[in-house]
Design a protein. Structure first.
Length: 162
C-alpha cells in the first residue's frame, strides 16, 4: 500500500459492502441517488418482502393494547406490523419489561420508522450567525435567529445554569 500510495487513503466507495443509503452516513450527510452513484457509491433501491410464517400470530397496530398492563407475555412470540410502513417487527422480552416498568405503551411503529422520526426532530447540521438572547453577543448556533428557542452564549448559559 505504501508503494502504490494507498496507505492512509479511504477505501474506494465501490468496495463498500452496503449501499450508501443503508448506512448511518446517509442520515447525517444525505445524498440523492444520482449524487451517490456519481461519487462511486452503491445504492440499495430494492425493497424485499419479509417472509412471515403462517403459523406465527401477526398483530396490526390497532390490535396492540394501548394499556401496557393489558399486554400479555405471549406478545414476545408474535409479529407486529408497523402502522406506517407495514413492515414487521418484534418486541423482545427485555423491551416488554422496560415498557412495563415505565408504564409505557408498546410502540406501533417499526424501529426504523421511530429512528427516522427522532432524526427529524434534530436541528439541522449547519451553523447560523445569531445573537445571544440574553446579552446580544454575536455567536454561532444550530438554531437560526428566527427560532422560537432561547439560545444563550456560553458565558450567559454558564451564569444561568451554574
Amino acid at each position: 500500500m505504501q508503494g502504490t500510495g494507498e496507505r492512509g487513503e479511504f477505501l474506494n466507495p465501490s468496495m463498500l459492502p452496503f449501499g450508501y443509503n443503508e448506512t448511518n452516513a446517509s442520515e447525517y450527510f444525505p445524498l440523492t441517488r444520482e449524487e451517490a452513484l456519481t461519487r462511486g457509491y452503491k445504492r440499495q433501491d430494492k425493497s424485499y418482502e419479509p417472509a412471515i410464517m403462517d403459523i406465527t400470530k401477526v398483530l396490526k397496530g390497532e390490535q396492540i393494547p394501548a394499556d401496557i398492563s393489558k399486554v400479555e407475555e405471549s406478545i414476545v412470540n408474535e409479529i407486529l406490523i408497523c402502522e406506517v410502513s407495514g413492515r414487521p417487527y418484534k418486541i423482545t422480552k427485555q423491551e416488554l419489561e422496560f415498557y412495563r416498568k415505565h408504564k409505557l405503551p408498546l410502540p406501533k411503529k417499526h424501529p426504523d420508522i421511530r429512528h427516522l422520526e427522532r432524526l427529524n426532530k434534530r436541528p439541522g447540521r449547519e451553523l447560523y450567525v445569531r445573537n445571544c438572547d440574553k446579552c446580544g453577543v454575536e455567536m454561532l448556533s444550530v438554531y437560526p435567529q428566527d427560532s422560537d428557542l432561547k439560545v444563550y452564549c456560553e458565558v450567559c448559559y454558564n451564569r444561568e445554569v451554574y
